[in-house]
Design a protein around this ligand. Sequence first.
Ligand code: PMP
Length: 362
Amino acid sequence: MAIVYNFNPGPSILPKIVLSEIKKNFFNWNDSQSSIIEISHRSQKFMEYAVQVEKDLRFILNIPNNYYVLFCHGGARGQFSAIPLNLKHKFTQPEYIHSGYWSLCAYQEAKKYCSPTCISVRKILRNKVISIQPVKEWKVSSRHTYLHYCPNETIEGIEIFEEPVLNNKIIVGDFSSTILSRKINIEKYGIIYACAQKNIGPAGITVVIIRDDLLMQSNIKSPSILNYKLLMKSNSMLNTPSVFSWYVAGLVFKWIKNLGGLSVIEKNNKKKAKLLYQYLNSTNFYKNYIIPSHQSHMNVTFHLKEKKLTNLFIDTAEKYKLLGLKGHSLVGGIRASIYNAMPIEGIYHLISFMKYFEEKFS
Ligand code: PMP
């Protein structure tokens, strides 16, 4: 089979070595004589595996001991509800930073349960370029509450690299499309959460990293399936977890460890993103509308100067084995999601295709 590069935003590319491992062991997982999707989550083999998965994640992200790691249901959207439901009795007026589509969705969901404030940090510059205010200019109140933000807006391709530290605020981050792509300082956050289907594995489990005092204070009356205390007490097995997603996440964590951890991953990601943005900056045929300091390292978005060529670009790219480049319907254009598992060859291939397309149609 010809080499295919998968630029889908999620579900998205997984390391080939992980796919081969799944294939190899599928029918007889870990000598259990059953496949991974038939095994009981309560079997000793799986329970031991789950413990190891958490250990590996803790190691990779350098998670301090005073943080719990939960593997939840419901994707990142589930957490849009879980966070206010678990914290609303303590924090009735949380603050939500609006930097793009997903952070706004989180705010809109929170409105159902508490009285959040929405703080926009987006600015549209004269040339339609989107800029994001630096953290020190965020117009937050002096209230002691939690502040939710999204460090990587997957749809627009906007990344906030600065880690917010704000007086009186407990920082809650939707890290769905940036977790494991670079180092983060967990201690700066109260809660970090992320769906799986970008840098973790297949959709199905959602990682929540929560500081122990917040978990202990969480609302015991929140729905059981979203209840942080119950999830902690049941080792994230209050009900049947997505065993397959958990299993593959474990393989991905091993892959990251073997590569040398997040410093290596981060270096590779910077290199890949730089190559693509450098090329985008060198041409008028394509244009990215995000201010350079906030151009996402995971989701590179751009438009063709001739908008009517967009569909042809996407269709032709598929013929060249470059898949999943269609931008989200809200913003249109092209989006190349270049998560951890995208090899640098995929970027070279994409750039040479873009050059070819430009030469042909400019
Ligand atoms: N937040 C961000 C930043 C996302 O990228 C996504 C999914 N693309 C979501 C939330 C929603 O995730 P899920 O589909 O797992 O609910």
